[in-house]
Design a protein around this ligand. Structure first.
Ligand SMILES: C[S@@+](CC[C@H](N)C(=O)[O-])C[C@H]1O[C@@H](n2cnc3c(N)ncnc32)[C@H](O)[C@@H]1O
Length: 197
C-alpha cells in the first residue's frame, strides 16, 4: 500500500477506498486534460497496487475495459478490469490481447511505471527514461489513432528529447507536476493527446 501517515492525500485515499494516493495524480491529469472517456479501453502500465485502475474502471464504465500490467500483484478486481503480472521488458502484448479477447486498439495508454530508486539521480533518470521508451513503443503498437498517452518520468536531461519525440506523433503534448506529488520527488507526467499514426 502506498499510504504515508499524516499525508493529506494518503488519508483521503484511505477514506475514499483507493488502494494508493497516486490516484489523485491521475484524477488531476484527467480533470485538466480529459484523457479518459466512458466506454474507453485503457492500458495501464505499472498498475500495482491499482489506484489508477480503480479510477479508470469507474470512468470507462461497464462497456469499457482496463488492462493493468505490473511486476507486482495488482489489488483490484472489477468486472471491467484485467490484471496481469509481468515485466514490460519481456511481455508479449500480442499474446495478452488474444488471450483476453481485446477486440480493438486501446483508446488510452497510461504509464506510471517507476524503477526502484538507487540513490543515484542519474541512474534513476536513465531507468525511468527506459520505462518511458517501452511505454511509448507499446503505444505505437496498440494505441488507436487520436488516442491519448500519459507517462511518468523522473525529470532529467533527456526529458526535453522525449517530449520532442512525443510531439512528432501527438497533436498536443503537456507536462504536469501534480499537486499530490511529494516535494522530494523528481517525477513529472507527460500528457500527449491525439495520436497520429
Ligand atoms: C508508482 S507505482 C504505480 C502506482 C499505480 N499507478 C497505482 O495507482 O496504484 C509504479 C509501478 O511500476 C511498476 N514497474 C516498474 N517497472 C516495471 C516493468 N518493467 N514492468 C511492469 N511494471 C513495472 C512497479 O512494480 C510499481 O508497482
Amino acid at each position: 500500500m502506498s499510504y504515508k501517515p499524516n499525508d493529506h492525500f494518503a488519508r483521503k485515499a484511505k477514506d475514499e477506498n483507493f488502494v494508493a494516493r497516486s490516484v489523485y495524480k491521475l484524477e488531476e491529469i484527467d480533470v485538466r486534460f480529459r484523457i479518459i472517456s466512458s466506454d474507453d479501453f485503457v492500458l495501464d502500465l505499472g498498475a500495482s497496487p491499482g489506484s489508477w485502475m480503480q479510477y479508470s474502471s469507474r470512468k470507462v464504465g461497464p462497456r469499457g475495459k482496463v488492462l493493468g500490467i505490473d511486476l507486482k500483484h495488482i489489488n483490484v478486481n472489477y468486472p471491467n478490469t484485467i490484471c496481469v503480472k509481468g515485466d514490460m521488458n519481456e511481455l508479449k502484448m500480442e499474446e495478452l490481447i488474444t488471450k483476453y479477447n481485446i477486440a480493438k486498439p486501446f483508446d488510452v495508454v497510461l504509464s506510471d511505471m517507476a524503477p526502484n530508486t538507487t540513490g543515484s539521480k542519474f541512474v534513476d533518470q536513465c531507468r525511468s527514461l527506459d520505462l518511458c521508451v517501452i511505454a511509448l513503443e507499446t503505444a505505437h503498437k496498440f494505441l488507436k489513432p487520436n488516442g491519448n498517452f500519459v507517462c511518468k518520468q523522473f525529470e532529467g536531461e533527456d526529458t526535453k528529447g522525449f517530449c520532442d519525440d512525443l510531439k512528432k506523433c501527438f497533436k498536443e503534448v503537456s507536462i504536469l507536476r501534480p499537486k499530490s506529488t511529494q516535494s522530494s520527488s523528481k517525477e513529472l507526467f507527460l500528457i500527449a493527446k491525439g495520436y497520429q499514426k
